[in-house]
Design a protein around this ligand. Structure first.
Ligand code: DX5
Ligand code: ZN
Length: 217
């Protein structure tokens, strides 16, 4: 699958969100980090902001739910029109039901794993998902350093997906930038979230272009 770039608006100016998403119109997705101050120690935005963003960008929204009780909230993001909704394995109590509800509402279903969560424990869920998100930092904040220790797990995830002949996208999120994206691509990732690497750049669209080129090898 071709490389896909998903700028994370966590590093954007929240007072100018419409302009900030327009600035990366050459991206494939807009990555939206929903944090509830319980699953992670940070609070960002929720469904009302997602509904407003849907009106100002033609790009699909990739909603990454870092929240407790995703079983309760995730289907609502799909029903609102998000292109992809990702729940955390560590937070979901009925992941199969929730992933199926996301798909029934017409969105792609994603499952996220924290750096310390083993992919092997979730191998049986692969047929239920369209994307696996590998956190390459502990979730909660932008601008953290990439955790190299996650790369072998990205490789194992790619092998599991290939071994089962599934079309599951593999996303990396956290510390992904010019210095790290090539290693992620080599390990088998094909969807790349970048927050600070895109929005700290003078020209965010050029940052997206350059990341895409690096990841495409
Ligand atoms: C962190 C979020 C990320 C964050 C990445 O918990 O899930 O999407 O925005 O930011 P960078 O790319 O700056 O590490
Ligand atoms: Zn994220």
């Amino acid at each position: 699958m071709a490389v896909q770039i998903a700028p994370s608006i966590l590093s954007a100016d929240f007072a100018r969100l419409a302009d900030e998403v327009t600035a990366v119109s050459n991206a494939d997705w807009i990555h939206v980090d929903v944090m509830d101050n319980h699953f992670v120690p940070n609070l960002t935005l929720g469904l009302p902001v997602v509904e407003s963003l849907l009106k100002v960008t033609p790009l699909p929204l990739d909603c990454h739910l870092m929240i407790e009780d995703p079983d309760r909230w995730a289907p609502g993001y799909a029903e609102a029109g998000a292109g992809s909704v990702t729940i955390h394995a560590e937070a979901a109590s009925a992941p199969i039901r929730t992933l199926r509800a996301i798909r029934s509402a017409g969105a792609r279903a994603g499952l996220a794993l924290n750096p310390g969560t083993a992919v092997e424990s979730y191998a049986d869920l692969l047929p239920e998902i369209d994307m696996m998100l590998m956190m390459t930092v502990e979730p909660g904040f932008g601008g953290q350093s990439f955790l190299d220790m996650v790369l072998p797990k990205v490789r194992r995830a790619r092998d599991l997906i290939k071994g089962r002949d599934l079309d599951v996208w593999l996303q990396v999120d956290g510390g992904v930038g010019a210095e790290t994206i090539e290693r992620c691509a080599e390990a088998g990732a094909d969807v790349f979230v970048a927050g600070s690497a895109v929005y700290s750049a003078d020209d965010p669209a050029e940052a997206v272009r350059s990341l895409r080129e690096r990841a495409s090898g």
